[in-house]
Ligand binder design. Structure first.
Ligand SMILES: Nc1ncnc2c1ncn2[C@@H]1O[C@H](COP(=O)(O)OP(=O)(O)OP(=O)(O)O)[C@@H](O)[C@H]1O
Ligand SMILES: [Mg+2]
Length: 289
């Protein structure tokens, strides 16, 4: 059920558990579609709430959003309504499983694939209000190298690039990293290998990307983990529930928990990692901080 007002969001009891640190913004991106970003976002969110973090998900796959479907939520309103000016972000927040908060996107709206600068600013400003109550903002950017993907990826503190073992996933991840490095001067990327059949395969997949990126783009990629191929993921998707909720002992669910434990230990990045992040930080960090 959507929160009616920002007041109800602020008063929500489960929002009083934060550690007082400012919100960490993590974008989850990929070059190729269908590699598992939305499942990573949904399950990392659930796993983070299990360790006491307050998590907000932004479905930034604005024209083809489906996190609501993945989590069995039925939004009355979406970010499209916010961009149209009829609603604010805090009015469209949904309450998801395990106490996560979800900002749903619309589906089938082609004009939302490239936000205008004014729309970007509006989203940033409204996010600043919401994220002051959150420990982590997880952004599902959608796939590819479109302006929305690169905007949200570069605006975050950290960008997790999800790759699968398919060769096309690697070449497309390389293309995304290239755009982020050249256009936004991004220098560091975290890589998560999804759907690997073994730890060895995950290491090989990462190794290929690492060599290419290092040699041709001169940027650093870091392997942050591997989520194994797991049939339970598909079963959870079919039931529109997060794997970590439905099958907490499944191999992939265990890997998501390990990832969450790692994420909460990441040091806060000292410097903005991209050229537009300074602007974003001004928007999401209260002036008093
Ligand atoms: N670890 C995994 N093991 C097995 N299947 C998986 C795994 N991760 C994802 N999948 C399968 O891949 C499908 C696509 O996943 P998901 O929707 O999360 O990808 P996506 O990257 O968000 O796609 P899009 O680019 O279209 O938004 C899932 O429906 C699921 O069936
Ligand atoms: Mg998706």
């Amino acid at each position: 059920m959507p929160f009616g007002t920002r007041r109800s969001l602020l008063m929500s009891e489960d929002l009083s558990r934060g550690d007082g640190l400012s919100t960490r913004v993590i974008a989850v991106s990929s070059g190729k579609g269908g590699v598992g970003k939305s499942n990573v976002v949904a399950n990392l969110a659930v796993a983070l709430t299990r360790v006491g973090k307050r998590v907000l998900i932004l479905d930034a796959d604005l024209g083809l959003g489906n996190l609501d479907v993945l989590l069995g939520l039925v939004p009355q309103h979406t970010i499209e309504d916010v961009l149209r000016g009829t609603h604010t972000l805090d009015e469209i927040v949904l309450s998801g499983p395990a106490g996560i908060h979800v900002l749903p996107a619309s589906s089938g709206v082609a004009r939302l694939t490239a936000l205008t600068e004014a729309q970007q600013v509006m989203i940033q400003e409204q996010l600043a209000q919401l994220t002051s109550e959150m420990d982590v903002l997880l952004i599902d950017t959608g796939a590819g190298i479109s302006p929305n993907v690169t905007f949200f990826a570069s605006a975050a503190d950290e960008t997790i690039i999800v790759v699968s073992p398919e060769p096309t996933s690697l070449t497309d991840a390389y293309a995304l990293i290239k755009v982020l490095a050249r256009q936004y001067r991004e220098r560091r990327f975290k890589v998560l290998v999804n759907q690997a059949k073994s730890p060895r395969e995950a290491a090989e997949v990462f190794g290929k990307l690492d060599v290419a990126v290092d040699h041709f783009l001169h940027v650093a990629v870091e392997l942050i983990g591997a989520i194994p191929y797991d049939d339970y993921v598909h079963l959870a998707v079919m039931q529109q529930k997060a794997l970590c909720e439905l099958f907490p002992d499944a191999p992939a669910a265990q890997a998501f928990r390990r990832l969450a434990h790692q994420v909460i230990q990441w040091p806060r990045p000292g410097l903005p990692k991209s050229s537009i992040q300074l602007v974003w930080q001004r928007a999401v960090t209260p002036a008093s901080n």
